[in-house]
Design a protein around this ligand. Structure first.
Ligand SMILES: Cc1ncc(C[n+]2csc(CCOP(=O)(O)OP(=O)(O)O)c2C)c(N)n1
Length: 516
């Protein structure tokens, strides 16, 4: 039986172990949809806005360790999904975008949806390719998956003109080998080891493979043996936390606090990350956070074999026999009284299920979460990596698709949640086990802080109005239930305790509007 280009692409993706497609299709993708329909190996999940599609692909990749594909409608569809592709790039998430395009002979006619797809894709994509014929689509698909899985995990964008999807093609392609991560040169291991045994104060700033369970255990040995301080980047794509893991503090978000934390150190050793810089520039303040009196040593950068480098570093400093300081399980009491960010953090720590996946876009309401949840049962923790808000609800959706046996806890600020609120509908449609805690402070609180920090003058009514989510208030219970997600409102700690217990007991999606 002959196959068309779309069918060979779908079969190739499945051959390459890509078995989930987050979609928002249009006319140019109808043959891809028809091929999806015939391909049992590929799950198809609809998102009602492309930011949901791309954010879900990011959350999926962080948990599955392999790419999902997205199906996006020409340039505008891709452009709608760019902010969450930016976040995915910052998380080193592998993603394969399949972007429909006008048929090859139609492109030059400048029909209304014609656009510079390559131009939209370039800033977020490590690999971009336009399939020019049905015969090449399968091989192009295999290359796209290889590109996505290369280095630390990358975004590959395959642009698929409609006729290359519908024309006859030969057969699917097999998976292509992915180059192994490159080993770190001995000189970098030596330099880090020399710093660690110098007797001078050292901090190890880590991310990526350094904050996986094995990475943290190796770092824990080094810290125990040498006295070095472990520190995580402010925002991390995925970190393993809780009982039985090595807990590490994070570099604070505000530059002056970060500077203070780094001030005591003579050496900053960088593990799967780069030298720290402040999130924004502020008038009269430094942007680079490595203290002037300190030396930065790059042990590894994203894409390198960080786990091997850490094993070698453990050997080099003689820490092989050291016992890392693993966190003991310790659950707080359930709180009572007023509902506050602290009381919510306490309830979350008390009720956190085993092996939860926490997707954190709690913004200013999340400051108490790290300390309260450090001694909770073991869990994975996913942050907003690229600062482009609207990642939380979609990423929780994708994480739940990747890990159907693990409960997902979405910790969601209201302003950020409104960017991609449609993700709730996908959670309902796919009956995903996601509990969203919606921090309803009815403002862009961080911007009110930043307004003063950057030295803007006292805000008047018009400026304040741009940072308040009132008139009207958002009704999150109505928003969620309107999309098929069970929802309740909590206004006291006791109500929240009760609501979270019920939501976690339920296998489908739930939302709790926590009114602050
Ligand atoms: C895509 C994008 N648009 C705008 C911003 C600017 N921005 C940063 S935080 C923020 C509002 C955050 O409000 P919310 O999510 O409610 O959290 P809160 O600060 O209230 O805790 C905005 C608009 C951004 N970071 N990303």
């Amino acid at each position: 039986m002959s196959m068309n280009g779309a069918q060979t692409l779908l079969q190739t993706l499945v051959n390459c172990d890509v078995d989930v497609c987050f979609t928002n299709p249009g006319t140019s993708e109808m043959h891809f949809l028809a091929a999806l329909d015939q391909q049992d190996g590929m799950r198809a999940v609809l998102g009602l806005f492309e930011g949901v599609v791309t954010g879900a692909a990011d959350g999926y990749a962080r948990m599955a360790g392999k790419p999902a594909c997205t199906l996006l409608h020409l340039g505008p569809g891709l452009a709608n999904g760019l902010a969450n592709l930016h976040n995915a790039r910052r998380a080193n998430s592998p993603v394969v975008n399949v972007v429909g395009e006008h048929a090859t002979y139609h492109r030059a006619l400048d029909a209304p949806l014609t656009s510079d797809i390559h131009g939209f894709a370039a800033p977020v994509s490590a690999w971009i390719h336009v399939s020019e014929s049905a015969a090449s689509v399968a091989a192009d698909g295999a290359e796209a998956v290889r590109a996505a899985m290369s280095g630390p995990g990358q975004i590959a964008t395959l642009i698929l003109p409609a006729d290359t999807a519908w024309n006859d093609a030969d057969s699917a392609h097999a998976a292509l080998p992915v180059a192994p991560r490159s080993a770190v040169e001995a000189s970098r291991i030596d330099a880090a080891a020399q710093a660690l045994i110098s007797g001078e104060p050292c901090v190890i700033l880590c991310n990526g493979l350094g904050v996986t369970e094995p990475g943290l255990a190796l770092l824990g040995k080094i810290a125990k043996h040498t006295g070095a301080q472990l520190l995580g980047d402010t925002f991390i794509g995925r970190i393993e936390r809780g009982a039985g893991r090595v807990e590490i503090p994070r570099l604070p978000y505000f530059a002056e606090q970060a500077e203070e934390v780094l001030q005591p150190f003579k050496h900053v050793i960088l593990v799967d990350t780069k030298a720290p810089v402040s999130f924004f520039a502020y008038p009269g303040k430094a942007s680079e956070l490595t203290p002037v009196h300190a030396t930065a040593h790059s042990l590894s950068v994203p894409g390198e074999d960080t786990l091997l480098a850490l094993e070698q570093l453990v050997e080099a400093v003689g820490a092989g026999g050291a016992q890392p300081q693993f966190t003991q399980l310790a659950l707080p009491e359930l709180p009572s009284g007023a509902l506050t960010p602290e009381s919510i953090a306490q309830t979350l720590a008390a009720l956190m299920p085993e092996q939860a996946i926490v997707v954190n876009e709690a913004a200013t309401s999340g400051f108490a979460l790290p300390s309260f949840t450090a001694s909770a049962p073991p869990h994975s923790w996913l942050d907003l990596t690229g600062g482009a808000i609207g990642m939380g609800l979609p990423a929780a959706t994708g994480a739940a698709v990747a890990c159907p046996d693990r409960p997902v806890l979405g910790l969601q600020a209201d302003g950020s949640g409104m960017y991609t609120v449609q993700a709730l509908w996908t959670q309902a449609r796919e009956n995903l086990n996601v509990t969203t805690v919606l921090f309803s402070n009815r403002k862009y609180a961080i911007l009110q802080v930043e307004y003063l920090r950057v030295g803007a003058v006292n805000p008047g009514r018009k400026a304040m109005d741009m940072m308040e989510l009132t008139r009207p208030d958002l009704d999150w219970v109505a928003l969620a239930t309107g999309m098929g997600v069970d929802a309740v409102r909590a206004t006291t700690a006791a109500e929240f305790n009760q609501a979270l217990a019920v939501a976690l007991d339920n296998d489908g999606p739930n939302l709790i509007e926590a009114v602050l």
